[in-house]
Design a protein around this ligand. Structure first.
Ligand SMILES: [Zn+2]
Ligand SMILES: [Zn+2]
Length: 455
């Protein structure tokens, strides 16, 4: 028995946000309609999955042989000056920039972004999510020299600010790093909940030694509403006179301000596995995170909905949070594509003539567009080998357009050599492809390491 772990129900640290999670009324059908198994489930026990679209085809075995041989004999080597080619800065997380009404996204290398939603009136900060946090040197279970970082992480694990949610795309080592995750979940100033796709929950809960109830395992198109009680601004209640809404929520302590997010698991075209025997065994996913806004925010009273006596759900965190008090107005919308392919392009095929993954256009339709999308642009070479699992810059632009994102932010490059393309090629190719596709430079950004972008 372990006794040293903090219960999510009691906050030992006054600034630890209290988090409640509920399953709201379902908006999207995920597949188990009338008991029929969804096409991405290969069995009834949810332990084997697949990419159920013609956009996914397997690579020829000969490509695997070639790729393995090439990796052994001529591993792609970053240029000596690579650290000066990719800008790096100590993250400011956008603090003090005067952009409190905007969402902030800070790139921490590879597929890791720390996103802070707008600061609610009276709060000291907005709700924070970290995606696929990996700050270790190696993206492997053992320190293989070929999988060592060629750029520095812009901050150490200890320098991360408190985060409320951790969202993981899948269990590959370049996306799910137990030392980084443990560092975040064991920080006394944080008590984050973790969102994973099907069949990842037990492993994460056990490996991080956190209660299973703090790990939320979703299937594609499942969603959860999350209520986060944020620390109030300052130590005294010196809110602006125009923000008189705080006094109304007297039922909660004056020191906390409520924020809500809706987290939806959406499909991606990929694979999973941490060892040789668990390929396809846990689900992979992209995620849509919507900010929810309180009703009648402009009114001079009633910042919160009246406490609902009925339907009060005992949530997984043990915090009482009624499904009926989920706010319905949507604010900022963000799409995190995780690790994904868009189409399969075999040697000799025209990439514009092969089927594409339909999931992203579906996301665009169902959510009515996104304010920003975090999109992978690297690990695509050779194209015939990786197209079914990894997006190239041209794929990333198509995904951005499919999800109807106003802004694309690049990721999944500049950190580890995973494939054969030159390490500085992804951003250069992205600029070329953007030009071809009529996308402006300021619509698809390539942030530097540690840089914060506002949206
Ligand atoms: Zn992967
Ligand atoms: Zn990856």
């Amino acid at each position: 028995m372990k006794h040293h772990h903090r219960s999510a129900t009691s906050s030992p640290h006054p600034s630890v946000p209290e988090i409640g999670v509920v399953e709201p009324q379902r908006r999207f059908s995920s597949g188990y309609v009338n008991g029929v198994r969804p096409p991405h489930h290969l069995n009834n026990s949810q332990t084997k999955f697949c990419n159920p679209w013609p956009s996914f085809r397997f690579q020829a075995l000969s490509l695997w042989v070639d790729f393995t041989a090439r990796n052994i004999f001529s591993h792609t080597v970053p240029p000596d000056n690579v650290k000066s080619l990719i800008p790096i800065q100590t993250p400011t997380w956008g603090v003090g920039s005067g952009n409190e009404s905007k969402a902030k996204a800070t790139w921490l290398g590879h597929a890791c972004y720390l996103v802070e939603y707008p600061t609610p009136a009276g709060a000291s900060r907005g709700p924070r999510i970290i995606f696929d946090p990996v700050l270790s040197e190696h993206c492997a279970p053992i320190p293989v020299s070929g999988l060592k970082r060629f750029t520095d992480a812009p901050c150490s694990m200890d320098e991360l600010p408190p985060v409320d949610l951790i969202v993981l795309s899948h269990n590959h080592y370049d996306h799910t790093d137990l030392p980084t995750l443990r560092s975040i979940t064991s920080n006394p100033a944080t008590s984050p909940h973790v969102f994973v796709a099907l069949n990842n929950g037990a492993h994460i809960s056990k490996a991080l030694e956190i209660p299973r109830a703090r790990v939320h395992e979703l299937d594609w198109w499942d969603e959860r509403a999350v209520r986060i009680m944020l620390p109030a601004a300052g130590s005294n209640t010196n809110t602006n006179t125009s923000d008189a809404t705080e006094s109304a929520s007297a039922s909660r302590t004056e020191k906390e301000v409520e924020a809500q997010l809706r987290v939806t698991c959406t499909p991606s075209q990929h694979v999973s596995g941490r060892g040789p025997f668990d390929r396809w065994g846990t689900l992979w996913a992209a995620w849509a995170i919507e900010e929810l806004l309180p009703p009648a925010a402009s009114s001079d009273s009633g910042a919160s909905q009246p406490p609902s006596q009925s339907q009060s759900t005992q949530t997984s965190s043990g915090t009482s949070f009624a499904a009926s008090s989920v706010w319905s107005t949507v604010g900022k919308k963000l799409f995190f594509a995780g690790d994904t392919g868009y189409r399969t392009v075999h040697n000799g095929e025209d990439e514009d003539k092969v089927p594409v993954c339909p999931a992203f256009a579906e996301v665009g339709e169902r959510f009515g567009g996104m304010d920003a999308a975090l999109l992978p642009i690297g690990a695509y070479g050779p194209r015939a080998m990786w197209s079914n699992l990894h997006a190239s810059p041209s794929d990333a632009i198509r995904i951005m357009n499919d999800v109807k994102a106003k802004k694309g932010l690049a990721m999944h490059w500049g950190t580890w050599v995973l494939t054969t393309e030159p390490v500085m090629e992804p951003p250069a190719l992205l600029r070329k492809e953007c030009l071809k596709a009529g996308v402006n430079d300021d619509e698809f950004l390539v942030p530097g390491l540690g840089e914060t972008v506002f949206f």
